[in-house]
Design a protein around this ligand. Structure first.
Ligand SMILES: [Zn+2]
Length: 53
């Protein structure tokens, strides 16, 4: 059985990892952070609502 890297899709043998390399892991987290950033940026009403309470 082999895993597929979540970032580049490469197949690898490491069972306890979701990524083929630390670089791919970092890349994945970076993309995730960026996505969350975009969500907040594109939804200013949500942040306003939160601060108003
Ligand atoms: Zn990879």
């Amino acid at each position: 059985m082999a895993n597929h890297c979540k970032t580049c899709g490469k197949q690898f043998e490491e069972m306890n990892e979701e990524f083929c390399s630390k670089r791919c892991k970092r890349e994945y987290l970076k993309t995730l952070e960026k996505k969350l950033d975009d969500v907040f940026k594109n939804d200013p009403g949500h942040t306003k609502r939160l601060s108003k309470s």
